[in-house]
Design a protein around this ligand. Structure first.
Ligand SMILES: O=C(CO)[C@H](O)[C@H](O)COP(=O)(O)O
Length: 262
């Protein structure tokens, strides 16, 4: 039942539901990856089925593509869409400038390509993802499998030369085998605790041979919709410099929520 959901799940749900209201008929929509983004896809699916909303979705992972099709959203590729009106995605951390760490779900490469090809990137997150300084969440770096141990060592040396706190790195695993991204790459997680200069680190990492992309999203996100476990949502808009507050009643009144949880 709905009442059994944790406050974090409720927070994710209200953030997703509020962001779904930003999607209009005819839009090409980037669909993020992760548990919060999955709520968004379900909300949009309901709007397509029940309200006749007409959108085309560009998923950022095979997981999201499957879910989007399942709930009735028309799926197209980024190359078919070329440019998107909006991308809505989750995040692992966001700071006061709306810079992000993403890639906890391993989809950072497609997520960054899709978000960058959008008029607007909206992040949906529970309030626990808000940080003063990025870095407590391990920073994912996507690397090609060829020579990954050499790339890992190079990253460690660079972290030392940049005087970054906490220089441990680990290859992400999927059970006994290295985790594989949708593009057939591996992920090295950087355990840094605190990233002093995220902009510089993002640039340095991407210059290394073997590195495909890193999970720092700098100056990409426009709006964060922050969800709280009691149903409140806040919209933080970096361009307008505003914070809007709203409240959604998710337990009694939302059919999607109760249907899914029953
Ligand atoms: O970047 C991501 C996937 O690559 C996700 O957006 C991020 O990990 C947040 O996930 P969740 O919504 O499940 O907390």
């Amino acid at each position: 039942m709905a009442g059994e959901l944790s406050p974090i799940d409720k927070a994710k749900f209200v953030a997703a539901k509020r962001a779904a209201d930003m999607v209009e008929d005819g839009m090409r929509v980037g669909l993020g990856t992760g548990s919060t983004a999955a709520w968004l896809v379900r909300c949009l699916g309901e709007m397509v089925r029940e309200d006749g909303l007409k959108i085309k979705g560009v998923p950022t992972s095979t997981r999201t593509a499957e879910l989007a099709r399942e709930v009735g959203i028309e799926v197209i590729s980024l190359d078919e869409a070329r440019w998107l009106d909006i991308t809505i995605d989750g995040a692992d951390e966001f700071d006061g400038d709306l810079n992000l760490i993403k890639g906890g779900g391993g989809a950072l490469l497609q997520e960054k390509i899709v978000a960058t090809a959008s008029d607007q990137m909206v992040v949906i997150a529970d309030v626990g993802k808000e940080v003063e300084t990025l870095g407590a969440f391990p920073l994912p770096v996507e690397v090609i499998p060829f020579g990954w141990q050499t790339t890992k060592a190079l990253i460690e040396e660079t972290l030392i030369s940049m005087d970054v706190l906490g220089r441990q790195t680990s290859l992400r695993m999927n059970g006994e085998v290295p985790f594989m991204t949708d593009e057939g790459n591996h992920i090295i997680d950087l355990h840094l605790s605190r990233i002093g200069n995220a902009r510089q680190l993002a640039m340095v990492l991407n210059q290394m041979p073997g590195v495909v992309e890193n999970g720092l999203f700098i100056d990409i996100c426009d709006v964060v919709v922050v969800g709280y476990g009691d149903g409140r949502v806040e919209l933080r808009d970096i361009n307008a410099g505003t914070i809007e507050e709203d409240r959604l009643d998710f337990v009694e009144e939302d059919n999607l929520f109760t249907d899914l949880m029953d």
